[in-house]
Write a new protein. Sequence first.
Length: 233
Amino acid sequence: MLGLSCFSQEDDTKPPKVNNFKEDSSFIAFSKYRESVAKAQIISLKNGGALLVRLKTNANTINRLKAAGSMDMATQVERETRLNNKAIIRAYSNEFKFCPVYFFNSDCSDSVKHKSLSGIFVDSNLVVNSSIVCDVPFYLVAEQGTIYDSSLGLVSEAQASKASEKGTPAKEVFMVIKNRFFIQLNKPFPYYQQGYSVKKYADYVKKMNTSFSDFYNKNKAFVIPIEVKQYVY
């Protein structure tokens, strides 16, 4: 049924609720550059970029269950996680045409942050395949998870490694789009796609593909200003 692990968090933690998050320094340039950054991101993604899809392993949950002696439950979570990840790969492979797409397990997240992409991508059988090569100057990350009333505005590349999301969780979605430091993107970029049903994964990806294409077509003539390039990474 794929009900146990589709949206579970790898570390089982939630950020604290923050009421005055917009006092954060990352909001200084937010209203001025937000639209330009979104346009630059979609242009960079379309023209020589790639989308990397992060697959949850639920390793912490599985290991806890095994340590507690709940082997049957651990096996069930492992099975559901595997089936869910295969369904995600199948949906993206069939329906996402906007740019090249690659898949990696969540335990390779640090490699993605630091642009160390060799030997981390999995094939349709969830096996790491070193022959899958992604050599692009720009990429974004998609994953199942939570979207936030974000505590972050525009974070420069120089500050991204120190940025911490302290916003309020809004809802669980099939797809949320983030930069390589796993910071949620901002409107007007189409940064999430709602949905829960495994049977509709292909529909969700197809809708996001259309949203990306529509946003790109409206802005493909945009010339990226030098002052926003620090926010596009």
